[in-house]
Design a protein around this ligand. Structure first.
Ligand code: GN1
Ligand code: MG
Length: 365
């Protein structure tokens, strides 16, 4: 029962009112997440409780320090601009002793649940996707004056696709779970894409592309959309906010949200890049970042979507080869299915590359 997993932890947080119920949410691949309902003077109070995955985040305190700094910065900027930050910025619920986390076997943290808004795994209406693009663009814009040096690098080389390739090769050669034999086409695919995958890393290293403070996990379900207005309210899941490239943030949102199928669709014939969704998201994103992203960054946005899709294919495949240590899985082949789905999506992105580039370059509005 869910309550038994969390009952020890609940009294350590400054939740208001009395406990009513809890349910586990299953959309994230990393942390365990629970939606809590409390009640205070007859009014329901909602919270999100998370058990931070320490296999992924070796230093959860560093993660929380980053989140505190980022949310403070966003809150201050919204206030300075005359915008009420309530519901717009993630709010940490402190522990009874005033900390951002409670340590009890694992590391636990809590947020105020954003009321009357939804995190969609698949967008329902076109407007929501344009809004998501706007929200991630706005997030970058709001953070473009944040001093990157103040942030901990919580996962080193997170989107260093070149190093990820080496890790993949190491996993293949070690073959710890004995799964490599059946993976010739997938392994071949990664080697074929190897050079293209390193392009962004090389340009970042040479300073041709700027390092910015980025979100690094821009799945569409990391934007809360208002239930009444369909407007984006708040960008959530700030665990991986670190110095990175704007190209990945843009690209990852397209990878996840503008596919015609789910990230783990087994039938690869159903997987394609949905050009309408791509255009909607891009329009929303560009409305916020035109002006501070360099022309070169904008020109390379299509590359960003391809590189990150390939990176995720490789990360899922690596985890499958290593025996499913990193991502949560629902079946022994879940990571392989995810990897194949990303490969299929990338192939369709490659087919549509000219059309995509023409749209970004403004030749095809
Ligand atoms: C993980 O936290 P969640 O489930 O949104 C992962 C991302 C992947 C994503 C793929 C810290 O994100 O990098 O893109 O799964 N987060 C981490 O669904 O590795
Ligand atoms: Mg995440």
């Amino acid at each position: 029962m869910v309550y038994n997993q969390i009952k020890q932890v609940l009294p350590h947080f400054r939740f208001e009112g009395y406990y009513v119920s809890a349910e586990e949410l299953h959309s994230g691949n990393i942390n365990n997440t629970y939606h809590l309902q409390y009640r205070k003077n007859g009014v329901p109070m909602h919270y999100l409780l998370q058990n931070v995955n320490t296999y992924v985040f070796h230093d959860p305190y560093a993660v929380m320090e980053n989140i505190e700094k980022i949310t403070d910065h966003l809150r201050r900027k919204y206030l300075a601009g005359g915008v009420d930050p309530t519901r717009r910025v993630l709010e940490i619920i402190p522990t009874i002793d005033g900390r951002t986390m409670h340590k009890n076997g694992g590391y636990w943290r809590a947020y105020r649940y954003i009321e009357n808004a939804t995190a969609y795994d698949r967008v329902m209406r076109p407007k929501q996707f344009e809004e998501a693009g706007r929200a991630f663009g706005e997030f970058q814009r709001m953070l473009c004056d944040f001093p990157a040096g103040e942030l901990h690098t919580t996962i080193p080389d997170f989107h260093n696709t070149t190093k990820r390739f080496y890790a993949f090769v190491r996993a293949v050669s070690e073959d710890k779970a004995g799964r490599v034999r059946a993976l010739e086409p997938e392994i071949e695919f990664m080697f074929e894409h190897r050079r293209a995958m390193g392009t962004i890393v090389r340009e970042l290293e040479r300073g041709v592309l700027p390092l910015r403070v980025t979100h690094n996990d821009t799945k569409i379900n990391n934007v809360m959309i208002d239930n009444d207005t369909d407007k984006a309210v708040c960008v959530i899941d700030l665990d991986t906010v670190m110095p990175g490239s704007a190209l990945y943030d843009y690209g990852d949102a397209i990878r996840f949200g503008a596919s015609t199928a789910a990230e783990d669709e087994e039938d690869t014939s159903k997987i394609a890049l949905d050009m309408e969704k791509f255009k909607l998201f891009t329009r929303g994103f560009l409305s916020q970042v035109d002006g501070f992203l360099t022309p070169h960054e904008i020109e390379l946005l299509p590359l960003g979507m391809r590189v990150i899709t390939c990176e995720l294919a490789m990360r899922f495949l690596t985890d499958y080869i290593e025996g499913d240590l990193y991502f949560k899985v629902k079946s022994p082949t879940h990571n392989l299915i995810r990897a194949r789905a990303q490969m299929a999506l990338l192939e369709d992105m490659e087919r549509k590359a000219d059309e995509v580039q023409a749209f970004i370059d403004g030749r095809n509005k």
